[in-house]
Write a protein that binds this ligand. Sequence first.
Ligand code: GDP
Ligand code: MN
Length: 387
Amino acid sequence: MRMLEHQGKELLRRYGINCPKEYTAVTVDEAASVAGETGYPVVLKAQVLCGGRGKAGGIAAVNCEKELRATADRMLGMSVKNEICRCLLVAEAVDIAREYYAGVTIDAAAGRPVLILSAAGGVDIEHTTAATPEKLRTLHLSSLSMPRRHEILEELRLAEIKGDDLPKVCSMAQRMVEAFFACDCTTLEINPLVVTADGICLALDAKAVIDDEALARQGLQQTDSYPASDIEKRAAAIGVNYVRLDPSGDVAVIAGGAGLGMAGMDMVNNSGRKTGSFLDTGGGISKATMAEALRISLETPGIRGVFINIFGGINNCAEVARGIVEVVDADKPDAVLVVKMRGHSQDEGWALLDERKVPLIRHGTSEDAVRLLTACMDGVRHGHTAS
Ligand code: GDP
Ligand code: MN
């Protein structure tokens, strides 16, 4: 999981790495109010996951509240490389003397983590890497023993980092390596790592990527790095994969497995209708999970039909049916539901759905289910219910 800059810096601070004084803001008023805490001038930074914000207009220094309001208004909601900016970082402006680069990542070719250091930090690091790779110094790491201080100092000298900067940058690099392993990172990068005119060493930007397989142990969720909608949070809470699709789509797909779900989406979209949401229940779902999954889909704005496609292997069709029945009985949804369900405990599941007259495909194909759904939805639109 990639983290936003402000989250990466929180991680760095926990390991004793200094960052500028800064606050997040999600509205113009909030940005103006926290700027009072840092004092002008301040730097406004779009909190997006993509790199190269600076060059894309996502970083701006402002000198007064009027300028801040105009800039914050422009940045909130702006698209940076197709990513909408929903949060700003309001940071004290720093008087930069020198910009360095420090990163820890996995060297896939060597199969080992590597510390990368360079005196040529800043927004052109990709260019530096390509044009003058000799300006990057690398030190391979082991999770079993931390690199010695003299080893890092040697690489910093070869990178032509000099004088008083050497011990300061070295300490920061040591802390980064410690944070990289402790937080299960696959990448932890500070670019630029700056030394100010007053000789203070700071992380001015942070990019942290946490190994997805380690999120639980780190107490994190996939949606943490992005302000999730309430519906997305509900889906995360029950451990299903929910994706909001085209806002003009009126069909929700719920499937027991991502492949089945994607095939179902293709069928719906090929039939001339449009999918508005996708939900993969995963295996072993309970009645309660199924009920909540269905409610999440029904409450997605614009949804008028739901295609539920379950293969009963690890999933139990009776349990799935009980979840559907709960929603049908309690919420009496207006949307059309069509279920295609076969496998483990199918007869019990089918009987439950038959009692509630939920349109059901027993032995037919997914295409048959989509045809039935489309016909039912057309029927509802024309004012008579399909049987
Ligand atoms: P990126 O473009 O997404 O990598 O964003 P960064 O946070 O790395 O900022 C890009 C560049 O903006 C940095 O390399 C700095 O040169 C400049 N910058 C960011 N914050 C400040 C600041 O407080 N003062 C000054 N002078 N420059 C800054
Ligand atoms: Mn940067």
